[in-house]
Design a protein around this ligand. Structure first.
Ligand SMILES: C[S@@+](CC[C@H](N)C(=O)[O-])C[C@H]1O[C@@H](n2cnc3c(N)ncnc32)[C@H](O)[C@@H]1O
Length: 317
């Protein structure tokens, strides 16, 4: 991690060579754990302004970059409530261990051998929205999906696996919560907000940096809000008009086609990964995908090509 000393304050700057990417306790489809090192290596930013992550999801990118000042946001209120509770110290590692150790046997002891207690917790969560129940569901559901029905009810089914909360998994989740608890204590200038990217952009200033990871267009991922061509266009417009730096993750191409939405980002510089396998994305999962990071020209470490141009240099993960 690179540090820069200015007027007595320590700033975390980019690029960074991240060799030990940490995984947060909440899982989500499209999580960028495997791309964090690639992202960290391809952005140039002095870290003096505020880092914004308006589509935070699991938070794995920003939590690993660990900037000094940050605003993390998402339209999914449950993600924000979970991380806000952790940030405020209302959820701690010992509390998570105790909760999981109490709940895990109930899951194992239900007459149908597991399922019904999961659905009991799901019903309870849909009434009470407890962050601990959210964690429980995200770690025992089908594939770590986050999905809601049209009235906002969490509707992911149980992920059938024997011994869902084995002691080793409880320890792993507790350690993930402990890591974040310690990180959050060392970052008093972080904010979590339940808001749309349009609202998030109200606070973005010229010396700031914004990392963007919107949902894929045209797929019904079931995140809290639906994503559309119109929103994708608006995001590209707002971002490229703003004087701040930005980096946007999106898929670049697979064996069959190139992502046409890259054309919306004509002002950016495209960095690409080598072939990469996603977990959970349907069409993209069937064949290897090249991932793109579109970076504002003033923040690129290595100008490769502008969107839609060629040739492209493949950067191996
Ligand atoms: C691809 S996921 C982000 C994954 C994240 N980078 C990670 O590694 O975990 C997209 C996120 O955008 C959120 N989202 C969807 N529509 C949004 C909107 N209009 N404004 C802000 N967030 C939105 C979803 O709730 C979801 O958490």
């Amino acid at each position: 991690m690179t540090f820069q000393q200015t007027t007595g304050q320590v700033f975390v700057s980019l690029p960074q060579k991240l060799t030990n990417v940490q995984v947060p306790p909440i899982k989500i489809q499209g999580i960028k754990t495997k791309l964090v090192s690639f992202i960290a290596a391809n952005i140039m930013w002095d870290g003096v302004g505020t880092y914004h992550e308006p589509f935070m999801g699991s938070g794995v990118v920003g939590f690993n970059l660990a900037p000094q000042r940050a605003i993390f946001s998402d339209t999914n209120p449950h993600l924000i409530r979970f991380y806000q509770s952790l940030y405020d110290g209302k959820i701690t590692a010992p509390m998570v261990r105790e909760y999981l150790e109490t709940e895990a046997p109930k899951l194992a002891d239900t007459p149908d051998g597991r399922e019904s207690y999961y659905y009991e917790v799901r019903d309870r969560f849909n009434k009470e929205h407890s962050p601990l129940d959210f964690l429980f569901l995200q770690r025992s559901n089908f594939n770590g999906m986050i999905r809601f029905n049209s009235s906002g009810g969490y509707n992911v089914p149980f992920g059938r696996k024997p011994n869902r909360f084995a002691p080793a998994l409880i320890t792993k989740i507790t350690n993930q919560v402990r890591w974040l608890g310690e990180l959050f204590q060392a970052r008093p200038d972080w904010t979590f907000a339940n808001q749309s990217f349009e609202d998030a952009y109200q606070d973005v200033e010229a010396h700031d940096f914004v990392y963007l990871d919107p949902p894929y267009i045209g797929r019904h991922d079931g995140y809290f809000d639906s994503w559309s061509e119109e929103k994708a266009d608006l995001l590209a417009e707002i971002t490229q008009k703003n004087p701040s730096g930005y980096a946007l993750s999106m898929w670049h191409s697979n064996r069959h086609r190139t992502n046409g939405h890259l054309d919306l980002w004509a002002h950016g510089v495209v960095h690409t990964t080598d072939h990469f396998y996603h977990v959970g994305a349907k069409e993209l999962n069937r064949s290897a995908v090249i991932e793109a990071l579109v970076v504002s020209p003033k923040n690129t470490v290595d100008p490769v090509t502008t969107a839609g141009g060629s040739p492209r240099v493949l950067l191996t993960l």
